[in-house]
Each structure stands twice: as C-alpha cells, then as structure tokens.
Design a protein around this ligand. Structure first.
Ligand SMILES: NC(=O)C1=CN([C@@H]2O[C@H](COP(=O)(O)OP(=O)(O)OC[C@H]3O[C@@H](n4cnc5c(N)ncnc54)[C@H](OP(=O)(O)O)[C@@H]3O)[C@@H](O)[C@H]2O)C=CC1
Ligand SMILES: O=C(O)[C@@H]1CCC=N1
Length: 275
C-alpha cells in the first residue's frame, strides 16, 4: 500500500498491533509508523521491525498525519487531554478505535476544530481479514476520508457508516464478533475431543471448517441460511445438531448476546464521555 501519512499509534496493545501487522503485511514502510506506550521496553519488538517508538505521546502527535488512539476506553480521556496542545499545533487527523467513546467526547478532550474519526475495527486485521466501521466528523475532508480508507483497507473490509450510533451495532457484530466465533471453536474442539478425536485433530478440523464455511459464504451466490440448508439432509445427521441448537434457543441467545454487547457500548459512552 502507498500513503504519505506518518501514522502514530497511541497505545500499542492487541488492537494497535493487529492493525500494525496488517499495514506491514500490505507493504507500508515500517518507518512511517510510530508506536507509543509509557513503557518503551514493551515496544522493543516493534522497534526491531523498523517502527519508531516513543514513550511521549505528544511528541508522536507532533510528527504524525494520522494519530490512531488505541488505548482502553477507561483511560482515553486522561490520554487525550494532555495531547490538546500538540494537536492544535500539528492538526493531524485523529482516529479512535475505542468502543463506546463518542466523537463529541474526543472533540471536548482534544479540540473542537480537529478532524476526528471514530472507528470500530477487529483483530483479524492482523491477517488482512479485518472488518472496520468508520464515522467522520464534519472537519474530515473527502481527501482525508479517502486516505484513511486506503490505510484501513490494508487491514480488511472498511465501511463508512452514516450515523455515529451505528458504530455501537458494528461493535456488537464485528468488533467483538471474533470472540463469538472463537468461543464456538473452543466448544467444538472440546466436543470433538469428547467424541474421541485427538486435541490436534479436533482443532485442525474445527478451524478448517470455520475458515471453509466463512470463505464459502463470502464467495457463494447463496445466503448463509441456504448454505446451511444444503448441508442439512432430511433425516440426516446435521438435522439432529441443528434441532439441538434450536431447542436450546440458539438464535434468541445470539440476539441477546449482541444486545448486551451493544448496551455496554452505549453505557461506556454515557459513563466515560463526560468532558
Ligand atoms: N481487542 C479488540 O479486539 C478490540 C479493541 N478495540 C478497542 O481498542 C482499544 C485498545 O484495546 P486493546 O488493544 O484490546 O487493549 P490493550 O490493553 O491490549 O492495549 C492498550 C495499550 O495502551 C497502553 N497504554 C496504557 N496507557 C497508555 C498511555 N498513557 N499512552 C499510551 N499507551 C498507553 C497499554 O499499556 P499497559 O498494558 O501497560 O497499560 C496497552 O498496551 C480499546 O479502546 C478497545 O475498545 C476495538 C476493537 C476490537
Ligand atoms: O471487548 C471490548 O470492549 C473490545 C471492543 C470490541 C472488542 N473488544
């Protein structure tokens, strides 16, 4: 990928590292990335890959065109407010990946005239299979949106949403979504073992089946419901498993889980968004 942007990551934990991995894999030169954490020792592996490292967030903001805020929502306010002066000097675009931090809160903490993007990525960004929702404030220009799309597309699917509130739904579906599929994998591997497969065999079959089902659903002209029906022979084996899921309330449970996730994103925004 090509961008002239210097990209600073404030916080270099799980999500930042997934995006960084995706960007490097797509050929972004490591020197265009700056990673910031209070403890420099935790950044040595990134430094070894050619990434610039800093323990001073403000110095990174002064050097960046795009600042990716990737700290926990609970500390976002304390991390952002000391960056106000550097932001006013350099005017980079800020992109937050935090669940439940509204653009208005970022504007209150960083500066009302700044170009701000709120996003909800997910960790499969690391392998270029991420899914990311984005919402920009009015200060973000079309050209900046295009540049940000180009950066985030290096990590996978990238969609702009029309209303900021939609990002809480994006959180429930794809931000947190990888964990739901990992949970399903954990349960299937354990069940496979109980049915007599070795742990390695149960894991290999489960992961390949998950990847195969996802790839097939992406490539197929049929929707997932039809693909499911095509696996489910009348009076066959799958039918028994699906019946068991349905009798256990699988679809309402998934609905409840996503509602709870969505609700938590709204709660976080209400709790943490005060200026
Ligand atoms: N993990 C996920 O799947 C997803 C996460 N997100 C969002 O990404 C954000 C980060 O989450 P995640 O990566 O999981 O969390 P992590 O805890 O893994 O990463 C946050 C990093 O920020 C560091 N940090 C703490 N204080 C500062 C500071 N003052 N300046 C710079 N860095 C600091 C932390 O260091 P230390 O550990 O020493 O405190 C940590 O390494 C959250 O807002 C979350 O909502 C969004 C989508 C998916
Ligand atoms: O669990 C969380 O709060 C973060 C946001 C989405 C995925 N992980």
């Amino acid at each position: 990928m090509q961008t002239s942007f210097q990209i600073a990551f404030i916080g270099a934990g799980n999500m930042a590292r997934a995006i960084i991995g995706g960007l490097l894999a797509q050929g972004l030169p490591a020197q265009q990335i700056i990673a910031c954490e209070p403890d420099l020792e935790r950044l040595r592996d990134l430094e070894a890959q050619g990434i610039q490292i800093r323990s001073d967030n403000a110095s990174a903001v002064r050097q960046a065109d795009l600042v990716i805020l990737a700290v926990k929502p609970q500390i976002m306010r304390d991390v952002c407010t000391p960056l106000r002066a550097a932001a006013a000097e350099k005017h980079p675009v800020f992109l937050s990946v935090a669940a439940g931090i509204r653009i208005q809160a970022l504007a209150d903490w960083l500066g009302a005239d700044l170009a701000l993007v709120r996003s909800m990525p997910n960790t499969p960004a690391l392998v270029g299979k991420g899914a990311c929702g984005l919402f920009a404030n009015a200060q973000v220009t079309e050209q900046q949106k295009q540049e940000i799309s180009q950066v985030m597309q290096a990590t996978g699917l990238t969609l702009w949403v029309d209303k900021e509130d939609e990002l809480d739904a994006v959180t429930a579906v794809s931000g947190s979504g990888p964990a739901y599929f990992f949970l399903m994998m954990e349960a299937m591997i354990a069940a496979g073992e109980r049915l007599g497969l070795s742990p390695d065999t149960a894991k290999a079959l489960t992961l390949q089946t998950a990847a195969g089902a996802a790839e097939m659903a992406l490539q197929s002209e049929w929707d997932p419901a039809e693909l499911r029906r095509r696996v489910t022979s009348p009076k066959g084996t799958t039918e028994q498993a699906i019946l068991c899921f349905q009798q256990g309330g699988f679809s309402p449970l998934v609905d409840q889980a996503l509602q709870a996730c969505h609700q938590r994103a709204v709660e976080l925004a209400d709790e943490l968004g005060k200026s």
